[in-house]
Each structure stands twice: as structure tokens, then as C-alpha cells.
Design a protein around this ligand. Sequence first.
Ligand code: NI
Length: 170
Amino acid sequence: MTIYKILTYPDPFLKTVATPVTEFDEKLKEISDNMIETMYEKSGIGLAAVQIGFGKRLFVMDVTYNKELPESARNPMVIVNPEITESSEEQVNEEGCLSVPEFRAEVKRVGTISLKYQDVEGNEHTMEASGLKSICIQHEMDHLEGKLFIDYLPTLQRNMIRKKLKKRYA
Ligand code: NI
């Protein structure tokens, strides 16, 4: 297992618009497994491929993750080439991101979504998601468009975060 280095804002690669996954091979499986390990290592509930420098439309998530639970209670998902086909009312929630350490902010998202996606083997699925799961999916899908949750904030606030993180991770 490899624990990947997570790129932090303002790393320019985080602006990459990811391209669709077309090869469902062993390498993809290995990268997904390592991404899951990396996500747990960093106590995250989601991690997009762009965040580890892999520009493909893929993310991993486990919204039920809790440090206190045993490893057997983990329930990771690999979501490939996701597409939201339906969405409902809006919700506002506080979000954070492994690429923007220690900052949180309220972001407006749609509520319940219908998602079309592929698994790591290329099989097609659909699912309905609401609450935290829906927020997590929308947050990770933003990463695939080169977008971070702080892009929803006023410029002044985002610049302040950039300065602080640049200083800390330079
Ligand atoms: Ni994130």
C-alpha cells in the first residue's frame, strides 16, 4: 500500500479538469486502493484523484467513516466517471477539504441527487444520495472540474486562506 501525498491549495494541479477513465485495469484498482488508504490515513471522508496528482474522473469516499470504529466497519466506495442525472432542493452545510487543511466554510449545494457512475471494474450503477453523502459527492465532483469549495467564497476570504496555506506549506 502506498499513502499518497495530497496536494494542497494553491497547487496549480488542483485546477486540472479531469478526463474520463477508459481503462479499467489493475493499475486503476491499485490507485483506488491506495487512495482509500490515503483517505483513511488522513481521516477524510472523500478523496478525488486530482488531489493526488492523477487527472482522471475518479474519487473514493466513505461518509460513515469514524476514527473510533474498527477497520471492519469501513465501507469505502470507488466512484468512476460520475454524472448527476437529477437533483432537488438546496442545502447549506459546512465543508472542509484535505487539500485546504484546517479551513472550513459553509457551501450551498443541491439536496438529494441521482448519480450515474461506474465502479473500478467499469460496471455501470445508479444511486440516490442525500445528506452528507450527497454533499460529499458534489464536493468530490467539483475536484474533477478543478474546483475547490473555497472557490464559492468571496475573493478576499479565499486570498487570505491562500496566503496562510502558502506560508504553512511552502
Ligand atoms: Ni476536497
